[in-house]
Design a protein around this ligand. Structure first.
Ligand SMILES: Nc1ncnc2c1ncn2[C@@H]1O[C@H](COP(=O)(O)OP(=O)(O)OP(=O)(O)O)[C@@H](O)[C@H]1O
Length: 333
């Protein structure tokens, strides 16, 4: 039996803006077990931050209930705060201070002795790779180093549960990869339960064993990235033809393929189906036999964006979001 770390029932939060009501979170039912690494994935405005802010006691729910480590987020705020670490969007430490001093002050604020706070700060500085910069003013740190310091601040009191709101927003790809590695290491070393929000598809895919997809304040899917992709999407086969009429004829023929969704656009036909790489040779042979030459092929694996598109009819992708698209050769390999 796994210990429940987070349990919400009908968790709801409304905001009133002028006379309008914004239903930021609508009746969320969630359970997160101790030790899980869960990503809340959704577009801007889906309700991810509002959910975290309720779970971290920063704002009360409009209705519904939530417990964290067995404590009620409304009635037992102090107990909840003792067991969690929260790294919001751009916490930003005081800039003239040295990172190490920031960490010790934060530890003291949690009631740690100076000695314990110093010891823990030194540990975190080492494990988050901050040794070279910990004694410099925070204002001189790079974005990636500041974000790692934010994480150290959230971890100073050794929380059992860490909330990370958009941990890598504003970081370049190298720093993002670096940060992800640090988070995974922390978890491996301390068994910390981690809940992070992200709208980076690749981040959710690479880090989380469980992805909770949120849209308009409700959960629309909840599973491992691999299962989500297998259940809600298929491979995308793109076929290129010499003419629009060939593409139209090919699409008509491919429509007969069981379990496949076919769309034609110009001289290109897209087929969404399971087991794409295995289907392609047969498709080429079949079309060839009916006098339609396939000029190019590509097979792309499904991404979490395809899952979201399939579930909502909209794309989650925003500018700069990486994909896990691979070429036909890689798929076949
Ligand atoms: N303090 C507030 N007052 C009014 N509306 C709010 C407030 N906070 C959030 N909202 C609204 O609630 C909805 C959910 O916002 P929330 O910040 O939770 O989304 P999100 O999924 O975290 O988005 P992002 O990825 O952009 O951070 C949005 O429509 C937002 O405008």
């Amino acid at each position: 039996m796994t210990t429940t770390m987070i349990q919400t029932k009908g968790l709801t939060r409304h905001f009133t803006v002028k006379k309008d009501t914004v239903e930021a979170v609508r009746g969320l039912d969630l359970r997160v077990a101790e030790g899980e690494l869960v990503a809340l994935l959704g577009p801007n405005g889906a309700g991810k931050s509002t959910t975290l802010r309720m779970l971290t006691t920063l704002i009360p729910p409009t209705s519904g209930t939530a417990t964290v480590a067995g404590y009620d987020v409304v009635a037992q705020q102090r107990e909840v705060r003792r067991v969690i670490g929260y790294i919001g969007q751009g916490n930003g430490a005081a800039h003239a201070q040295r990172g190490r001093d920031e960490l010790v002050s934060q530890g003291r604020a949690y009631g740690m002795s100076v000695r314990d706070a110093k010891e823990r700060a030194a540990e975190l500085i080492a494990s988050l790779d901050l040794a070279a910069v910990a004694d410099r003013p925070v204002s001189s740190l790079s974005g990636g180093q500041k974000r790692r310091l934010d994480i150290a601040m959230g971890l100073i009191h050794a929380p059992r549960l860490l909330f990370l709101d958009e941990p890598s927003t504003g970081l370049d790809p190298q720093n993002r990869a670096n940060l992800q590695e640090h988070i995974l290491k922390l978890r491996a070393e301390h068994g910390t339960t981690i809940v992070l929000t992200t709208h980076y598809l690749d981040e959710a895919d690479a880090m989380a064993e469980r992805v909770i997809v949120i849209d308009h304040g409700t959960v629309i899917a909840d599973d491992s990235p691999a299962r989500l992709k297998a259940d809600h999407s298929g491979d995308l086969i793109t076929l290129g033809f010499g003419s629009v009429s060939d593409a139209v004829r090919a699409a008509a023929r491919l429509d007969a393929l069981e379990g496949a969704a076919v769309t034609a656009s110009g001289a290109t036909v897209e087929v969404r189906a399971e087991g794409g790489p295995r289907l392609v040779p047969g498709i080429i042979r079949d079309l060839d036999a009916t006098g339609i030459a396939v000029e190019s092929t590509a097979v792309n694996r499904p991404t979490l964006d395809d899952v979201f598109l399939n579930l909502t009819g909209r794309s989650l992708r925003e500018g700069g979001t990486a994909t896990d698209t691979v070429s036909a050769e890689e798929v076949a390999a």
